[in-house]
Design a protein around this ligand. Sequence first.
Ligand code: FAD
Length: 581
Amino acid sequence: MEILKYDLVIVGSGIAGLRAATAAAWTSGGKISIAILSKVQAMRSHSLSAEGGMSAVLYPEKTGDSLELHAYDTVKGSDFLADQDAVQILVEYAPREVRYLERIGVPWSREPDGRISQRPFGGMSIPRTTFAADKTGFFIMSTLFSETRRFDNIHVFHEHFVTKFIVENGEFKGVTAYDLKTGEFKLFYAKAGIIATGGAGRLYRFTTTAHSTTGETLGYALREGIAIKDMEFVQWHPTALVPSGILVSEAARGEGGYLINKEGERFMKRYAPQKMELAPRDIVSRAILTECAEGRGFQHETGMCYVGLDLRHLGEEKINKRIPFIRELAHKYAGIDVFSEPIPVRPAVHYTMGGIHTDTWGRVLTADGKWIKGLWAAGEAAAVSVHGANRLGSNSLSECSVWGRLTGEQAAKYAMETPALASPSEKLLDIAKREESRIFDVLLHKEVNAPSPYEVKRQLNDIMEEHFGPFRHASSMAEGLAKLKKLREYRSFRVVDSSKVYNQNLKDALEVDGMIDLALVIGVGAYTRTESRGAHYRLDYPRRDDVNWLKHTVAYLYGGEIKLTYTPVTITKWKPEERKY
Ligand SMILES: Cc1cc2nc3c(=O)[nH]c(=O)nc-3n(C[C@H](O)[C@H](O)[C@H](O)COP(=O)(O)OP(=O)(O)OC[C@H]3O[C@@H](n4cnc5c(N)ncnc54)[C@H](O)[C@@H]3O)c2cc1C
């Protein structure tokens, strides 16, 4: 086992992880050593696929926008579950982050007068989604990654799969990782850590997220006493391409696209008469599914019900300039010419509002609110919480950049103030050796009778789709929970490939190993929350219940079982009100 020492280890090289690295490098003036670990080649991280843009108030004097309005939209969009102090930080820092990204080279789209362009997005009162055509994630990632290359003290470990966060006596000590390229097992011994491992969309089958968005690290975190917050809030994006599930960005509706049912009707007028197609995602997704349930959807040959996303009236020039990628993907993946026919779309899992329980500054917490010293979390993996029960589109890239920066700065300061690392203790080495043995001696050497990880993942996806979808009910969820608990009895998986080098089969087994516990956190949280709020909709409790449920769910592992506790929502300015659009 190779032992590497770093001042700061960042797990994840999406926008949150890369931004944390550049902030830590700046803050420390190049004085601390920083490792970025990514289970995929760093530039293939999921953030790359973000399309529509990043929200920020840029020209308040010209547009009438304000930080206050951005904050209010976000809080209302969250169905009042967001922490309002965290939202305040989001909106204040987001414009600085847009300008920082511009300085280091992001080619934001422009207006003829030179201003950065901004487009409307769902639930936002004013166009404030800043974009680089409809390839925003690609441009931010390329620019941030290039920026990390300017610092000698940032080392990137591509294709290093983190299998464990090591926490001793409430303090972060490092991580263990399997180097997929060489098959080596490594201990990254560190003063500080940042978890930036993204979401968990692949718990479901029909999803817009990358295949690597599996969320196993949240399952691993539970095992170390780290709590997970508000995980029952899963976002369905209204417009995924049928039948593949590839995202058709909200930019299409932001630029003026309509949603139509098979009668040619713009049905959103019955669900959100003011905002229409630009209502928040939870509302539009449920509207599409209701159209389908009531027989007004189209039927695809695969059996999927869908509605049409109509761009025909936008004209060729606008489509080619502002949403060229959407035109391209509709053509390539559905054979649709957007100038002459609507795009077939339906809701798909897109984002996880919940994540690692942190305080407002991204410090990782236990269920009783104690900081795991030296550890932060940022981006989609974290629940700081600015999205509450429903995220507004384009607020995630802002969150990744803002909390990437904030956690990077804090971790760098912490690392500089902490004495140099001595050699790792015997106990630490023992933990790492046991983890190596768990992976290579137990998982790899391969119980012939254990189930295949692919079969378990298929069952997991089936359970999540059937029992924890956009419309939930106690009896169905109880059934789903019983099935999940059965899946959890599998302690080992059949890994057929016995090589250590590039063993994707072993990597897939490691993912499934962490995903089951996380699925259970969603299940238990959803079953227990007897109300409807944001993306969590219960047919048996269709109303929001602020008296009993205006609180965050905090899940943790105790005696091998998922337990729940609750923490209050921070309300500074905006009292909960009925959400109308
Ligand atoms: C198709 C699509 C388009 C989107 N468009 C937008 C948009 O326009 N605007 C917006 O605000 N939001 C958008 N979102 C949401 C947004 O893209 C994500 O929330 C955001 O990119 C997440 O970034 P991140 O840095 O937190 O994590 P990610 O970019 O998901 O990166 C996760 C990182 O963690 C690493 N990792 C995970 N597990 C392990 C492990 N076990 N070991 C080692 N490394 C690990 C991965 O390799 C990766 O580097 C979109 C989402 C989708 C699905």
